[in-house]
Design a protein. Structure first.
Length: 194
């Protein structure tokens, strides 16, 4: 059962519409859909909201540690609240996936993502679910850091907004049903470009 949904990103308005912040976008959507409000917790180094999704209480978290140190907020919170890694769902960007695509997995490597790497390091395991949102807009990427921190524009931004809605749908289903084969095949194979 999913108890903690973590959206990865960087705090601050200047990062709001950047590829690296799609995890924040999805958790904002979930908070809006379920009447939850984020509150800053200095102790937990995160924005936190409690929501009722599919009749279950879940915590939405947006670490304020900046992306590369996400594990410094996620791991202590999970331990303090006796949340097992399998009860955690991390939502983040993935530059290896095309814009318009999602990938949900029950476990796996960081795949070069420094936010996931930090969580794996601080939890001491990679055995936690994650939902990756594609941010590869099909343009050459000379500087990855610059790319993930530069806002989306035009049609790409519209597609990203649509796929984030789909990601929120996938999270709700995961909370309700778990990571069933049906859920994985439906969302992993879906194209949100159309």
């Amino acid at each position: 059962m999913i108890r903690l949904i973590v959206g990865l990103g960087n705090p601050g308005l200047n990062y709001r519409h950047t590829p690296h912040n799609v995890g924040f976008v999805v958790t904002d959507l979930l908070a809006d859909r379920h009447g939850a409000a984020f509150r800053a917790s200095r102790k937990d180094r995160a924005l936190l909201a409690t929501a009722q999704i599919a009749g279950r209480e879940v915590v939405l978290m947006q670490p304020t540690t900046y992306m590369n140190l996400s594990g410094e907020a996620v791991a202590p919170f999970a331990r303090c609240h006796a949340i097992e890694p399998s009860q955690l769902l991390v939502v983040c960007d993935d530059v290896a996936l095309k814009v318009g695509r999602l990938r949900i997995r029950a476990r796996g490597s960081a795949g070069g993502h420094k936010g996931l790497l930090s969580i794996i390091h601080h939890l001491g395991t990679n055995e936690f679910p994650r939902l990756r949102i594609g941010i590869d807009a099909g343009e050459p990427i000379d500087d990855l850091t610059e790319y993930v921190l530069r806002p989306f524009w035009g049609k790409t931004r519209e597609t990203v907004e649509r796929v984030c809605e789909g990601a929120a749908d996938a999270v709700e289903r995961a909370v309700a049903e778990g990571l069933t084969p049906g859920l994985l095949s439906e969302f992993n194979g879906r194209d949100f470009l159309a």
